[in-house]
Design a protein around this ligand. Structure first.
Ligand SMILES: [Mg+2]
Length: 370
């Protein structure tokens, strides 16, 4: 079996499709969009033409090594490579008639627990909707660069009035959702090290599932300092890429939980390896995911394949009918979990009518894949 072509599609989400000389193809979704990602995939294509798509890790490494010399050790290029990697796994599963998790070493679980990213809003109402749908974990954003309490919007210090607002909102959320719901709070890396420490300490008694990115992602020593200051679990990783991006975080034990974004930081195999690295530090794996249903389903195969999986993010809870983008047997999400089946590959195809309906009106007659 040989790779004959690679094409892309952009319709709200970004997709990559890998074609072969035997007619079977695989589809993946990637995280970074915006200018240029389709050209990056196009520029990677010649590297894989003629290769056997079932040699997924080799195909991945062949592109990754070539692109190091183009400055691509993170960012859009790794995300483009990730879209190809996921498509290769879908293809490899279909070609061998097995679900992708079988090729990743098999599964620890059939149902992959999701947590709902709730951003902000009416906490009681959100809690009711989320628990009615069967979810057992949720996350809220408590950073806000435009808070009136901020003294300076460029300075990452937390001033006493702002600290008071953050802490009282966090307590309000815990009050609204009760003591037994897993609760994450995201700060999006918008505080300095002392501010991160103050916030983490002030939230200790809320028994958070985690406090996410209290400080920016670049300085692991500063992160370790924040982690050491309190009992609040610290979770990071959505801005780290590849295994290499997690080495220092884990070696310095600078985080309690890691959250690689599977569809942007390397893909299904790379993130299984990252989870395995974390496992030996007894660090849980709770992937970040603000992508669409195909990515969420793909991520679930990796989450099923490692023991230390905690929860997978889901951003599309409020997007009515979003799951119709997938053609599959049975529900995509049941009672707060992605349901994995024995279907081959990722276990679903894109419904191209639904994908096309997400294009701007004037573009719906154009070729979907190019
Ligand atoms: Mg985040």
């Amino acid at each position: 079996m040989k790779i004959t072509d690679i094409k892309t599609c952009e319709a709200r989400f970004g997709y990559v499709r890998v074609y072969t000389d035997e007619g079977v193809y695989g589809t993946g979704e990637l995280s970074h969009q915006g200018a240029g990602w389709r050209q990056i995939v196009d520029s990677m294509k010649p590297i894989l033409l003629g290769e056997d798509p079932r040699d997924v890790d080799m195909c991945f490494e062949k592109i990754r090594r070539a692109f190091i010399f183009r400055g691509a050790m993170s960012g859009h290029a790794v995300s483009a490579l990730t879209g190809i990697e996921v498509a290769l796994w879908d293809l490899a599963g279909k070609a061998q008639g097995v679900p992708v998790y079988r090729l990743l070493g098999g599964k620890f679980r059939d149902r992959v627990r999701l947590y709902v990213d709730c951003a902000s809003g009416d906490y009681t109402e959100t809690y009711r909707k989320v628990t009615d749908a069967g979810f057992t974990a949720m996350k809220f954003d408590l950073d806000d660069a435009n808070r009136p309490e901020k003294v300076d919007r460029w300075n990452w210090t937390v001033h006493p009035a702002e600290l008071e607002v953050i802490v009282s909102e966090a307590f309000e959320i815990r009050e609204a959702i009760g003591p037994h719901m897993d609760l994450g709070i995201d700060l999006h890396g918008r505080y300095d090290a002392v501010a991160g420490q103050k916030i983490a300490m002030a939230l200790e008694e809320l028994d958070l599932m985690w406090l996410e990115e209290p400080v920016p992602p670049e300085n692991i020593d500063a992160l370790a300092k924040v982690k050491a200051a309190s009992n609040t679990p610290i979770c990071v990783g959505e801005n780290a890429y590849l295994r290499y991006g997690f080495r220092e975080i884990l070696e310095k034990q600078a985080a309690d939980i890691i959250m690689p974004d599977i569809s942007k930081c390397g893909g299904l195999s790379e993130c299984r390896k990252i989870a395995n690295m974390a496992e030996i530090y007894y660090v849980p794996f709770a992937p970040h995911n603000n992508s669409g249903p195909l990515s969420t389903l793909a991520d679930a195969h990796t989450c099923a394949s490692v023991p230390n999986f905690l929860a997978l993010e889901y951003h599309r809870f409020r997007d009515e009918g979003m799951e119709q983008i997938l053609d599959k047997d049975g529900p995509f999400i049941d009672s707060g979990h992605v349901v994995l089946t024995e279907a081959d590959g990722l276990g679903a195809e894109l419904n191209e009518d639904v994908v096309r309906s997400m294009l701007p009106e004037g573009e719906r007659d154009a070729e979907l894949w190019r």
